[in-house]
Write a protein that binds this ligand. Structure first.
Ligand code: B12
Length: 304
């Protein structure tokens, strides 16, 4: 028996999920070829973990046996916060009050529970960020939006200001979502605006040059002199701030958990330079920044 797409959409409304779609599970052969090329070119910098589970990453049936369908949700996190002074240091909008991993996982577990209440043979696996799966590729297949030149999934409704979460299920659907057309056209604003030229022509990122990589993932003692952080100390939104779809679709998130953690914004360089470890621990608590160690934060601050 197949699950009704209309039922999934009614659960979406009950759970206040901004976007939802579902795709038939399959081996992502084209993505696998592109991913291999990305790895061969060393664009992954030192994120060696991304090479693990290569087969699972491109085939959800290996990640969760009996996967028949891939459900993808998107949650809008846009919040309009203006920097009061231009020399303030910058933290990306994705550092919301509550760590988005936790928030999206909760939504997906509730969705799974609702599905199981209508059919107790349903089993599922929740993935947010850390599981070896291409969330953007599945979001595109599930009709949420298209692949922007900055490599992010852009939606008609919220631009790219959405977090993605995936639920793999062992059930087929009566209907699957339709893929959206790519609307980037001739626009190259994201590529042109990236100060470190990290965006490659083929919708990909060279992480070795990406400000987000250097401020979130890299743990070296020093950041190379040729990488200019442009005042970003955690994450970077330059290629999102410039995107016309993002500007057109600035809708403040309705989810309280995804409000900005204001304590992290509008702080001067002087403040960040002298922030104590205990204050930093206090303000990053519960946010996606919680994993970033004090000394690594200071390394970014001092590089600005
Ligand atoms: C590793 C990672 C990073 C790395 C590498 C970024 C990257 N682009 O790969 C770093 C640390 C730099 C990073 C930064 C950011 N990230 Co990140 N990141 C991830 C993670 C964990 C894996 C991504 C991955 O697999 N990369 C490997 C490369 C090869 O994948 P890819 O670039 O998408 O390559 C595919 C395309 O090129 C595609 N492709 C290209 N052309 C074509 C053509 C055809 C025909 C086909 C079929 C395929 C295809 O094939 C490849 C395989 O699918 C995902 C979560 C997840 N599990 O998916 C979050 C994720 C992508 N990140 C996210 C976010 C929010 C960010 C930041 C905006 C955070 C910030 N403000 O600093 C920045 C944005 C930087 C940027 N422009 O990408 C969100 C994106 C949401 C969205 N709307 O798209 C995700 C999905 C997390 C989430 N759960 O919401 N990230």
């Amino acid at each position: 028996m197949s699950f009704l797409l209309s039922k999934l959409q009614s659960f979406q409304r009950e759970l206040n999920i901004d976007l939802i779609g579902v795709a038939k599970a399959e081996h992502l052969i084209k993505d696998e070829i592109i991913f291999k090329d990305w790895l061969d070119n060393n664009y992954y910098a030192d994120m060696n973990w991304i090479k693990n589970n290569f087969d699972k990453r491109t085939n959800p049936k290996l990640l969760f046996p009996n996967t028949k369908s891939v459900i993808v949700i998107g949650m809008n996190y846009f919040n309009n916060i203006q920097q009061e002074k231009t020399d303030n240091l910058l933290v990306s909008k994705y550092v919301t009050k509550i760590d988005y991993h936790k928030f999206l996982k909760q939504k997906l577990f509730l969705l799974l529970k609702k599905m199981q209440q209508s059919d107790d043979s349903i089993e599922g696996k929740v993935c947010v960020d850390t599981a070896p799966i291409f969330e953007k590729a599945w979001g595109i297949k599930a009709g949420l939006g298209w692949r922007g030149k900055n490599s992010l999934l852009i939606t008609e409704e919220y631009g790219s200001w959405i977090f993605l979460g995936v639920l793999l299920v062992n059930v087929e659907f009566d209907k699957y979502s339709k893929e959206k057309a790519n609307k980037c056209g001739d626009c190259n604003l994201c590529i042109e605006s990236c100060p470190t030229n990290a965006i490659l022509n083929g919708n990909q990122i060279d992480a070795r040059k990406c400000i987000s990589y250097w401020t979130v993932e890299n743990n070296d003692e020093k950041i190379p002199q040729n990488i200019k952080l442009n005042n970003w100390i955690y994450g970077c939104d330059i290629c999102q701030n410039i995107c016309p779809y993002n500007i057109k679709n600035e809708k403040t998130s309705v989810h309280l958990e995804l409000e900005l953690n204001v304590e992290l914004y509008n702080k001067s360089k002087k403040h960040w330079k002298h922030i104590s470890e205990s204050e930093y621990k206090k303000i990053k608590k519960k946010t996606a920044m919680k994993r970033r160690k004090y000394l690594l934060l200071l390394r970014s601050v001092n590089h600005c």
